[in-house]
Design a protein around this ligand. Structure first.
Ligand SMILES: CC(C)(COP(=O)([O-])OP(=O)([O-])OC[C@H]1O[C@@H](n2cnc3c(N)ncnc32)[C@H](O)[C@@H]1OP(=O)([O-])[O-])[C@@H](O)C(=O)NCCC(=O)NCCSC(=O)C[C@@](C)(O)CC(=O)[O-]
Length: 309
């Protein structure tokens, strides 16, 4: 008699980290007006999001789209039951962040590929880790949570394949440095489910799986499949962008993050809680898509808006 394979188990709830206002808008050709970025964040909050990446303190010469992050933070209502997060690459960025209100979390961002590290932050992986150490110490002194990103976890736009062991090493270094959570970025969206699983297994040997987040871009349409694969391994934090906004300025051709609406539809359909209002998200996504001059990148949003329910 053949036995049936056991059914995978999934988390009962997932925390969504909304990265559209940062990861999404940093890649728009035209700088989105500050008032629209603020309206986007407020709309996301009203749709239930409690963990929103709102901007970055990087060089305005490199990423002009994020230059108004101080004005955005100053205009946001405090979020007592959640937090706004910003990217901070170095102490110069930390100086600017410390002058702003409303920050609950910073994210430092490294890569598993040397070439990408140079293109993105103009230094080697080892140098980036040295630069992050004082940034983490200052954030902790401020009482801010610190999240760590690893880019290129399933492939690099300049080097191609990236060994999963390399991803695990960089993730472990960020975790040891004091990051409470490591977000694993498939920056160019090239991964497929088996690779996603082996990448998570390699990282989980160094960092508890409960401290891992999946940050998958959808360039090749694989993001939902990859998310399903890593949910099976116990990953319960997903980064996504409303309307699938975004890309990476240093990864040509990279599409946006997986759309928040698509993730929420899949999770709710599987009985996994998110605390988010799908229709409200779709409306927010439609508005920001019209601001950036294109239609939403979320198939789910298109469907629910067409159905009007
Ligand atoms: C990292 C730096 C700043 C190094 O930039 P650099 O040019 O190497 O820095 P530097 O120390 O040589 O300084 C040069 C000039 O930049 C200024 N500067 C130096 N630092 C800052 C700062 N923080 N804010 C504002 N200005 C800064 C500094 O003051 C100086 O000004 P000058 O004297 O020439 O007038 C630069 O390379 C940069 O801004 N890169 C952009 C990084 C970025 O935002 N990338 C996109 C986000 S990462 C991502 O999207 C991936 C992720 C996280 O989503 C995960 C995934 O999907 O994989």
């Amino acid at each position: 008699m053949t036995s049936m394979p056991s059914l995978p188990s999934f988390p009962s709830s997932v925390r969504i980290v909304e990265v559209g206002p940062r990861d999404g808008l940093q890649n728009e050709k035209n700088v989105v007006p500050t008032a629209e970025r603020i309206a986007l964040i407020n709309g996301l909050r009203q749709a239930g999001l409690r963990h929103i990446e709102v901007g970055s303190f990087v060089s305005p010469k490199w990423v002009p789209q994020m230059a108004d992050t101080p004005q955005v933070l100053a205009a946001l209502p405090p979020m007592a039951d959640g937090r706004y997060a910003v990217l901070v690459p170095n102490e110069r960025g930390m100086d600017a962040a410390e002058a702003c209100p409303n920050i609950g979390e910073i994210a430092i961002f490294a890569a598993a590929s040397e070439s990408f590290s140079h293109k993105n932050i103009n230094c080697s992986i080892a140098e980036s880790l040295e630069r992050f150490a004082p940034v983490v110490a200052r954030a902790q002194a401020n009482g801010w949570a610190v999240r760590g990103y690893v880019s290129c976890v399933m492939g690099c736009p300049y080097e191609g394949d990236v060994p999963v062991q390399r991803v695990a090493e960089v993730a472990a270094a960020l975790y040891r440095m004091g990051c409470y959570e490591i977000s694993l970025g498939d920056t160019v969206g090239v991964g497929t489910p088996r690779l996603a699983k082996s990448m998570i297994e390699a990282v989980a040997a160094e960092v508890p799986v409960t401290a891992l987040a999946a940050h998958f871009h959808d360039t090749y349409g694989q993001a939902l499949a990859n998310l399903l694969a890593v949910l099976e391994l116990g990953v319960a934090v997903i980064d996504s962008s409303v309307a699938g906004l975004g890309g990476c300025p240093y990864a040509a051709g990279a599409a946006g993050n997986v759309a928040t609406e698509d993730v929420v539809y899949m999770l709710h359909g599987m009985g996994i809680e998110t605390g988010l209002d799908l229709m409200a998200l779709a409306v927010v996504g439609q508005r920001i898509s019209s601001v950036v001059g294109r239609s939403t990148g979320s198939k789910v949003a298109r469907a629910v808006l067409a159905r009007g329910a």
